[in-house]
Design a protein around this ligand. Structure first.
Ligand code: SF4
Length: 333
């Protein structure tokens, strides 16, 4: 589908303008604060901010992987910012948030993949805002269970990790990831902390077939994943893979039914504009975690992925290798 192909009506949203949204937007400007919501031009910003939910990206804005649907820059990241958890917690407190989503780029060059910064961020937000639920949307840490345990020890309300696409498309569109590694990583979370909700997301419209979506649902339930989000792929730039098709709202509704009734997800959030954190506050409060499933050990851990093998990522580089810039609707989707 051409980049400038006219988007269907259901992907158009009204400009945000509620009182809480306006208050937060003014504060973000005056204090130079940043969220993924604004930087990714997320279409849900009015609704999310109005309800006290926002998403922050930590660990920098340069990713060591190069997924073909994602608008985040990839290359060699900058130094680790150890003060970042405090600043994020301060911002959450200033925004008086009720639900926070913390996500990040992949930092495969770090020994723990950034797990300790996630844990510190969760703890600092909790210390500032005890009533605020904290959800993390983490990378796969190359399948390292110990790093996963570091994050879970900080007790997030929801442990999220996105599968992003079906098995067949993985090697092409998500070369740094592994289908079974991602699924089993979520399964391992249930072994380490069965009472913490697990959540994943799949982007539709990248060429997947219906039977492959069903297979992914079935595989995710083997790992006892509680919550699934399904949203439409939007192409960030001509350098990214094209949109294969627009999935209709009726089809999204049917996938919600299939996921909940046929495969037993405790909640499926499914719609053209759904992103990982959409309606996440309600999920954190209303969905109850199920116990471990059949898959509880990480599979395909430590298998180097192509992006991890790029020699420049194994050395300290004097400057960034920035191949793509800017973010778009695919960020943290
Ligand atoms: S869906 Fe996520 S990125 Fe978009 S506005 Fe809501 S919290 Fe922010």
């Amino acid at each position: 589908m051409p980049l400038r192909a006219r988007k269907p009506e259901w992907l158009k949203v009204r400009s945000p303008g509620g009182a809480n949204y306006m208050r937060l937007q003014k504060m973000m400007r005056s204090e130079s604060l940043h969220t993924v919501c604004e930087e990714a031009s997320c279409p849900n910003i009015g609704e999310c901010w109005e309800s006290g939910t926002a998403t922050f990206m930590i660990l920098g804005d340069v990713c060591t992987r190069a997924c073909k649907y994602c608008g985040v820059a990839h290359g060699m990241p900058t130094e680790l910012d150890l003060d970042e958890p405090r600043r994020v917690a301060d911002t959450c407190a200033a925004m008086e948030l009720e639900h926070v989503v913390i996500t990040s780029v992949n930092r495969d060059e770090l020994a723990d993949g950034g797990a300790s910064i996630y844990a510190d961020t969760i703890r600092q937000i909790r210390a500032r805002l005890p009533e605020c639920s904290v959800e993390v949307l983490i990378p796969d840490f190359k399948g390292d269970e110990e790093s996963l345990g570091v994050v879970l020890d900080a007790r997030p309300s929801i442990l999220g990790h996105n599968l992003e696409t079906v098995d067949r498309l993985h090697p092409d569109v998500r070369p740094g990831g592994r289908y079974w590694r991602s699924i089993s990583f979520l399964g391992a979370s249930k072994k380490l902390a069965p009472d913490i909700l697990t959540k994943t997301g799949i982007i539709l419209g990248m060429g997947e077939e219906p039977h492959e979506i069903r297979q992914a649902m079935s595989d995710l339930r083997e790992a006892a994943v509680d919550i699934l989000t399904l949203g439409q792929y939007l192409r960030p730039s001509p350098q990214h893979i094209p949109v294969a098709r627009w999935v209709t709202p009726a089809e999204f509704a049917e996938w919600k039914r299939v996921g909940e009734e046929e495969y037993g997800f405790r909640h499926v959030e499914s719609g053209p504009l759904v992103r990982s954190s959409y309606h996440a506050k309600e999920q954190a409060r209303e969905v109850e975690a199920g116990g471990p499933g059949a898959i509880t050990d990480v599979l395909e851990a430590d298998i180097p992925a192509p992006a991890e093998l790029r020699p420049e990522l194994n050395q300290r580089m004097p400057s960034l290798v920035q191949i793509e810039v800017g973010r778009s609707g695919a960020a943290h989707s």
